[in-house]
Design a protein around this ligand. Structure first.
Ligand code: KIV
Ligand code: ZN
Length: 536
């Protein structure tokens, strides 16, 4: 039977209220295929999230692998005074112990425990009856709270509980689990739409029912965690906010398994732009949205679609003449947000080789980057080399150069010489020399269907890895025939996905650099455990 919209759907609060922005880019986002990050990369994203002003960073799932544990530990120690750092655990003693070990030395920390509650998960995944789910959830929340309370400075342990697949859980049972876990010590109850099944009115009603039927609901913050399988993650999260949720779980660029999680930038800008409607404030420094989005995209290799809301390249572009006319008269005719409010630098000042260090530094800062002196010098050298090859250097060129240098993970192999040729009536060939991090050099030559194929074969032979190319994209970073080409690749190696990006005014060389980066990532992750399967 179709659901009728609830009568009480919109009741704007009389006074502004605040909401907790819980970012899970480093946990749920990182679980997305091909998006795994090294510890240093996670530290960099964590720093950006702190600058952005998120209230909680879910830094990882410590039991999943030693790398996840170390990342949570380092992030908690470094940023635990500026924001709350959270670690995920299943409802198992060893998971919770591991999460707490990663967090315990940091100041402001939270443990997030979860157990699936829906019939489908109970029967097919967990093979547990309702009573057992309830008992286990309560026991493990209590275990977590007691463990945290043993630290002398913790008076109220910060424990979050998630009934996984809540959107498909019987409402009565959901209410019972939520009530009992709050009683056991959960201070945040997170209601996940794990498979992206909910619709806005449906999820509004779930939160409303929890508020009405759970007797102790005022003792916990209601949170929501929506996946985007039907493209409704942001709409569902906002509906939950209307119903009274005061924490939203989300990721930068909507990164996450399958179709992703609710996009942080969309939620935050919806709440800000429609403050008249929601009456909700966040602590987010919205001018950091665009740079943070670019950083996450650059580190994970997951591109942001051009027309993506808030952070897509076209998000503020007005093409139609009638729009442009209106915009010239008054920008509010067609613009509901100002590009600068999300940190989008609209101007495209041109720099050249005579612009100088000072002008270049100013531009880098304006584009939202904070670089240490060593990296800045390298980027500046790259800029001079590029300005020698092409007359005009645009913002997008500078952004590409910065990202290439700033997020360069230490590589096992670097390319020292590269030569490739192709053409009608010849056999496409590539000759490449690589230097290993231990100092030795190795070179080889290969043929292929074309020079790119030849280069990829050659790299595989030197590195000693067989990979399957899943995706290959080339784009021009700026305009003009002399523009740099940026190549992104996705490869598959022993069942795992890796991304690589290469930049050069020669797109064959850019292709080889991208492929080499992906192969290096696969070498670096050798021995790293895949994420632990969700379950008890
Ligand atoms: O989607 C989900 O249910 C989760 C939980 C661990 C909160 O990610
Ligand atoms: Zn999730």
């Amino acid at each position: 039977m179709p659901q009728s919209p609830p009568a009480t759907r919109h009741q704007p609060p009389a006074n502004s209220q605040s909401i907790t922005i819980f970012d899970t880019t480093l946990r749920d986002g990182e679980q997305s295929p091909g998006c795994s990050m090294s510890i240093d990369e996670k530290m960099e994203v964590a720093r950006a999230l702190v600058e952005l002003g998120v209230d909680v960073i879910e830094a990882g799932f410590p039991i999943a692998s030693p790398g996840d544990f170390e990342a949570v530990r380092r992030i908690a120690r470094t940023y635990g005074e500026q924001t709350t750092i959270c670690g995920l655990a299943r409802c198992r003693v060893d998971d919770i112990d591991r999460a707490w070990d990663a967090l315990k030395d940091a100041q402001d920390v939270r443990v997030h425990v979860f157990l699936a509650t829906s019939a489908i998960h109970r029967e097919h995944k967990l093979k547990m009856a309702k009573e057992e789910i309830l008992r286990r959830s309560v026991e493990m929340v209590k275990y977590t709270a007691d463990k945290m309370a043993a630290r002398p400075d913790i008076t109220t342990p910060n424990v979050e509980f998630s009934p996984e697949d809540a959107a498909r859980t019987e409402l009565d049972f959901l209410c019972e689990v939520v009530e009992k876990t709050i009683e056991a010590g959960a201070t945040t109850v997170n209601i996940p739409d794990t498979v992206g099944y909910a619709t806005p009115n449906h999820f509004f009603n779930v939160i409303k029912t929890l508020k009405e039927k759970v007797s102790n609901i005022d003792r916990a913050v209601i949170s929501t965690h929506c996946h985007n399988d039907l493209g409704l993650a942001v709409a569902n999260s906002l509906a939950c906010v209307e119903a009274g949720a005061r924490q939203i779980e989300c990721t930068i660029n909507g990164l996450g398994e399958r179709a992703g999680n609710a996009a942080l930038e969309e939620l935050v800008m919806a709440l800000r732009t429609r403050h008249d409607y929601y009456g909700i404030d966040t602590n987010i420094n919205t001018e950091r949205l665009f740079p943070t989005s670019r950083l996450v995209s650059s580190i994970t290799g997951m591109k942001v679609q051009r027309n993506k809301a808030i952070v897509g390249q076209n998000a503020f572009a007005h093409e139609a003449g009638i729009h442009q006319h209106g915009m010239l008269q008054n920008s509010s005719t067609y613009e509901i947000m100002r590009p600068q409010d999300v940190g989008f630098v609209g101007t495209n000042l041109v720099l050249g080789k005579h612009s100088g260090r000072h002008a270049f530094r100013d531009r880098v800062v304006q584009l939202g980057y904070t670089l240490d002196e060593e990296i800045f010098q390298k980027v500046f050298d790259d800029f001079i080399a590029l300005a020698d090859k092409k007359k005009d250097v645009y913002d997008s060129d500078i952004a590409a150069l910065v990202e290439q240098r700033a997020h360069q993970a230490p590589a096992t192999w670097t390319m020292t010489t590269f030569h490739a040729f192709g053409g009608t009536g010849t056999i496409p060939t590539a000759t490449i020399a690589l230097t290993h991090e231990d100092g030795h050099t190795s070179q080889d030559a290969s043929t292929g269907d074309g020079p790119v194929d030849a280069a990829f074969h050659c790299l595989e032979r030197i590195v000693g890895i067989d990979a399957t190319l899943r995706e290959y994209n080339v784009r021009s970073v700026s305009s003009g025939k002399d523009a740099m080409g940026e190549v992104t690749v996705e490869i598959d190696c022993q069942g795992r996905t890796y991304h690589g990006k290469g930049l050069s005014t020669d797109i064959i060389e850019a292709s080889a650099l991208a492929y080499l980066q992906a192969l290096n990532k696969s070498l670096a992750s050798n021995g790293r455990e895949p994420h632990a399967a969700k379950g008890v």
